[in-house]
Design a protein around this ligand. Structure first.
Ligand code: DC
Length: 238
């Protein structure tokens, strides 16, 4: 049986994981799986079905109603010209999941073990059939504890918020302030790190990379070097 390689890139939002993962996956001809997009897709689905994530009252009722929505939620991950598409109940949601509102909803639904179990099943099934670069929060610790390569990518919260703010500005979302982006990011850092089930954390065997003072090209170059060194060490190459 041929063995598939898994590269796990974890870390908080805005650390540069997805751009790095996408670039490296293309270079290695691996599948890139953005697991955050899966939680975002379910967060969007919950919003569309009337769940209000802005209200902090009646959280137990909200969580129960959210869990029930899993019964009618069918997620499909497809690739078109190498780009990941997120399909929910037959509808392509890829372009709709990048708003600040969906970011917060994703972080909130990701706390629920039932939601995580559903996503993790799909993530593991993809990794079982192909070489993959997977980015997320719990890939090295929980989803793929046996991944051949694990890197934990982080940066200061100000540096990460600056990057996210610039991205949103470039997409035309001009009415959001830097302070709002920073505060949303700090909320998600806390929420993602403090949940009981599979929280954001660095695996003991993950290499730590802090990109606060690196630009994107330098970050990619550093990750490429780490990966190449490890791939050479494990079984003589790719
Ligand atoms: O990577 P991202 O910002 O698109 O992720 C959105 C949210 O999804 C994030 O705040 C936490 C959650 N998430 C998670 O809990 N586990 C993952 N493996 C990926 C994302």
């Amino acid at each position: 049986m041929s063995q598939h390689y898994s590269i796990a890139l974890d870390g908080p939002s805005g650390a540069g994981k997805s751009t790095i993962a996408k670039t490296i996956a293309k270079e290695l001809n691996y599948i890139y799986l953005d697991t955050g997009a899966m939680y975002r897709a379910f967060g969007l689905y919950a919003i569309e079905n009337g769940i209000d994530f802005t209200c902090e009252k009646y959280i137990q009722e909200r969580d129960r109603a959210t869990r029930e929505l899993l019964n009618s939620f069918n997620l499909d991950i497809r690739y078109e010209q190498g780009e990941q598409k997120v399909i929910v109940n037959g509808k392509d949601c890829t372009g709709l999941i990048r708003t600040p509102e969906v970011s917060i909803a994703a972080s909130k639904v990701a706390v629920l073990p039932a939601v995580r179990k559903r996503m993790v099943e799909l993530q593991r099934s993809i990794a079982a059939r192909t070489n993959v670069v997977m980015d997320g929060r719990d890939i090295g610790t929980y989803v793929l504890p046996n991944a051949q390569i694990k890197i934990f990518i982080t940066a200061s919260s100000v540096a990460r918020a600056k990057r996210r703010f610039q991205e949103l500005q470039a997409k035309g979302m001009k009415d959001i302030t830097f302070e709002q982006v920073h505060s949303d990011m700090q909320f998600r850092d806390r929420n993602d790190s403090s949940r009981a089930f599979a929280p954001l954390s660095r695996a003991n065997d993950a290499t730590l990379l802090d990109t606060t003072n690196l630009d994107l090209q330098e970050s990619i170059e550093t990750v490429r070097r780490i990966i190449m060194r490890k791939l050479k060490l494990s079984q003589g190459g790719i």
